[in-house]
Design a protein around this ligand. Structure first.
Ligand code: COA
Length: 387
C-alpha cells in the first residue's frame, strides 16, 4: 500500500433543505475541517484536493474542483473532481489515500457537496436518473426508488420474508438521526408510520427512502509520518476496496445483492489485514431500507437473507453488537449525493475519537464505511482504526 494515511480533520454542514448554495456549503464544510485540526493547519500545507459532486441540477457541471482551491484559501492547489454518482465521496477519499500512499502528497483535502432542493420535481427526477443506465432504465421511466423496489421484492420473495425488517431499518435510522444535530430528519418514527406511509415503489414507501438533501462534508488526509503534526489522535485508514458492476441491473446474474460491494469489501479487508469480527460498527449506504440489509450481507456480516433477522434482533441498534449507521444513515441524516461518502468518514472520525456526543458508541476502535454508486454499479469500502 506504500505510505499509510490518516484522517486528521473533518467538517460537516447541516444536511436538509437549506437556503445556502453549493459554494457557501463547501466553504462551511472545508472551513470546519480546517478549524477542527487540533494543532492547527495552514491551508498552504495542502498538496492536493479532490471534490466529490454530481453537479446536481447542473450548478457547475465542468471544472467544479477549482472552487475547492478558492474555498480552502489555497490558490493554485491542484484539484480534481471525482464523479461516481452516489459513490463519489468514497471514490474521492480513495484517490486521496492513494495519492498519499504513492508518496505524491503529504496533506490532501477531500470534500463533497450537493445542492439538490432548488430544482423542480421534473428536473430532480432527471438528475437522480442520470446515474442509472440511460438506455434500459432512465429512458424507460425506471427511477432509483423503482430499481430498489424491484430489488426489495426479489429479496423478500427469495428469502420468504415479510417487510418487518425494512421497517425496522427506517425506525432505527430515524432514532439515530434524532441524536444527530446535522441530520436532515431529527424525528423518531414508529413501524406503524412506515407501514401506513404513502407507497413510492412497492414494497417501499416514503419512510423506506432517503430524502433529497443539500449539504457538504470535508476531511483532511495526512501521510502517517506527519499526522501527529496535526493531532495526537489521528484516525488511520487501514484498507480500501473499490469495484464496479454492470451499469444496467438487468445484466446482473442476481438481484439479491451487489457483487461490487462484495468485491470492494474483500479487497478492503485484504488490505487492512483484519477480519470482520474486528470491526466495531458500520456506516453503510442505506439509500433505501433494502440497501442496508443488502449491504450487511454483501459486506460479509450476515449470510444471504440473514440481515433481516439480525436487524430485527436489535443487533444493529447503537446498543447492539454491530451498530449500523449511528448517525442516522442516508435514510435520516440525508443524502446530498457527492457529500454522502465523506459524511460517513466524518462520523467515523468523531466516533473513533470519542467526540460523537449524544450518539457516541461505547468502546469502538475500528469502523467500516460503504458507499454505493447508483444501484450497485460502483462501490467503495474503507476500513479505519483509532490512533
Ligand atoms: N423520508 C421521510 N420523510 C420524507 C422523505 C423521506 N425520504 N421525503 C420527504 N419526506 C417528507 C417531507 O419532509 C415532507 O414532510 P412535511 O409535509 O412534514 O413537510 C413530506 O414528506 C413531503 O415531502 P416532499 O418533498 O413533497 O416529498 P416528495 O413526494 O416530493 O418526495 C420521495 C418523496 C421519497 C419521492 C423523495 O424523497 C425521493 O425521491 N427520495 C429518493 C431520492 C433518491 O433516489 N436518491 C438517490 C438514491 S440512489
Amino acid at each position: 500500500m506504500g505510505h499509510r494515511a490518516a484522517i486528521v480533520g473533518a467538517g460537516h454542514t447541516r444536511f436538509g433543505v437549506l437556503t445556502d448554495g453549493p459554494r457557501p456549503l463547501l466553504r462551511a464544510a472545508v472551513g470546519n475541517a480546517l478549524a477542527s485540526v487540533d494543532h492547527g493547519v495552514d491551508p498552504h500545507a495542502l498538496d492536493e484536493a479532490f471534490l466529490a459532486t454530481l453537479g446536481f441540477g447542473g450548478w457547475q457541471i465542468g471544472n467544479a474542483s477549482a472552487i475547492l482551491a478558492e474555498e480552502a484559501g489555497r490558490p493554485g492547489l491542484p484539484t480534481t473532481r471525482v464523479e461516481n454518482a452516489c459513490a463519489s465521496g468514497g471514490s474521492a477519499l480513495r484517490a486521496a489515500v492513494r495519492a498519499v500512499a504513492a508518496g505524491a502528497a503529504e496533506l490532501v483535502l477531500v470534500a463533497g457537496v450537493e445542492k439538490m432542493t432548488d430544482v423542480s420535481n421534473a428536473r430532480r427526477r432527471y438528475w437522480l436518473g442520470v446515474s442509472g443506465d440511460t438506455e434500459w432504465e432512465r429512458l424507460a421511466g425506471l427511477t432509483f426508488a423503482g430499481v430498489y423496489g424491484l430489488l426489495a421484492s426479489a429479496y423478500l420473495k427469495v428469502h420468504r420474508l415479510g417487510p418487518e425488517a425494512l421497517a425496522e431499518v427506517a425506525v432505527k435510522n430515524h432514532a439515530n438521526g434524532a441524536q444527530n444535530p446535522n441530520a436532515h430528519f431529527q424525528k423518531q418514527i414508529r413501524s406503524e408510520d412506515v407501514v401506513r406511509a404513502p407507497r413510492v415503489a412497492d414494497p417501499l414507501g416514503l419512510y423506506d427512502c432517503c430524502p433529497v438533501s443539500d449539504g457538504a462534508a470535508a476531511v483532511l488526509v495526512a501521510r502517517e509520518d506527519v499526522a501527529r503534526r496535526y493531532t495526537d489522535t489521528p484516525v488511520y485508514v487501514e484498507g480500501l476496496g473499490a469495484s464496479s458492476d454492470f451499469l444496467a441491473v438487468q445484466e446482473r446474474p442476481r438481484l439479491t445483492g451487489f457483487d461490487a460491494t462484495r468485491a470492494a469489501a474483500d479487497a478492503a479487508f485484504r488490505e487492512a489485514g483484519c477480519d470482520r469480527s474486528a470491526v466495531s460498527f458500520l456506516e453503510v449506504h442505506d439509500c433505501f431500507t433494502i440497501a442496508e440489509l443488502l449491504a450487511i450481507e454483501d459486506l460479509g456480516f450476515a449470510g444471504p437473507g440473514e440481515a433481516a433477522a439480525l436487524t430485527l434482533s436489535g443487533a444493529t441498534r447503537p446498543t447492539g453488537r454491530l451498530p449500523v449507521n449511528p448517525d442516522g444513515g442516508l435514510k435520516a441524516k440525508g443524502h446530498p449525493i457527492g457529500a454522502t461518502g465523506i459524511s460517513q468518514v466524518y462520523e467515523v472520525f468523531l466516533q473513533l475519537r470519542g467526540q460523537a456526543g449524544a450518539r457516541q458508541l461505547p468502546e469502538v476502535d475500528r469502523a467500516l464505511t460503504h458507499n454505493v454508486g447508483g444501484a450497485g454499479a460502483t462501490a467503495t469500502v474503507s476500513i479505519f482504526r483509532a490512533g
